[in-house]
Design a protein. Structure first.
Length: 207
């Protein structure tokens, strides 16, 4: 693993320093490999996180030139400038021992902890525990969607514990009322039906 992306969320999770590529190369050559889980959405794999909702739109719509200049901060800048486009996504979510139905503002299924330029969406996720961390931010009825999303973008899920639904799951089924976009480690997928699962200790990585 080398931290050569825009935000390097996954690289930072495994404590690689994007400002010191030489040490990252040295680590890649010398470190011991450890087993790691892989997430899967409708047969497509992801290592770090699958996200849906407004945050996903922000990631997809962030200008590549802005990302080159600002790095991960470009996602926050874009999100703050697109608040007027906020809309609820209606979904039904089922996992082992868990069911939820409603409108969500943001949704994350994490093998890793951060996405979108360092936002801690799944702050307790582990790469090798055989679980995915599900985080749901319901769309508020009080009209405070902008405040909630700004807190999420600024400080992550850590400061929204009372407004979030969080579960550790092995399998998740998500059905949405309309077609929505999910990002798998930044790669967009569109649809209304999502089968998500963990593949325990699927690969070995030097981390």
């Amino acid at each position: 693993m080398l931290p050569l992306g825009t935000a390097n969320d996954f690289a930072r999770h495994i404590r690689l320093d994007p400002s010191d590529i030489t040490s990252c190369l040295r680590f890649a050559a010398r470190a011991s490999a450890k087993p790691m889980d892989i997430g899967e959405v409708n047969g497509c794999s992801f290592v770090n996180m699958a996200t849906g909702g407004f945050g996903t739109q922000v990631t997809a719509q962030t200008d590549p030139n802005l990302k080159r200049v600002l790095g991960g901060a470009a996602y926050l800048f874009t999100g703050l400038n697109r608040f007027s486009e906020l809309a609820a996504c209606q979904a039904r979510i089922e996992a082992e021992g868990f069911e939820w139905e409603g409108a969500f503002l943001a949704l994350a299924i994490g093998n890793g902890r951060r996405a979108g330029g360092g936002i801690r969406l799944c702050p307790r996720a582990k790469l090798d525990d055989g679980f995915l961390d599900l985080t749901i931010l319901p769309f508020p009825k009080s009209g405070k969607a902008i405040d909630l999303l700004q807190t999420l973008l600024d400080r992550g899920a850590d400061d929204l514990t009372h407004g979030l639904i969080m579960r550790r799951v092995r399998h998740v089924k998500i059905e949405t009322e309309k077609s929505v976009q999910f990002n798998l480690d930044g790669e967009p997928r569109n649809g209304q039906s999502w089968q998500i699962a963990i593949r325990h200790h699927c690969i070995e990585m030097r981390r």
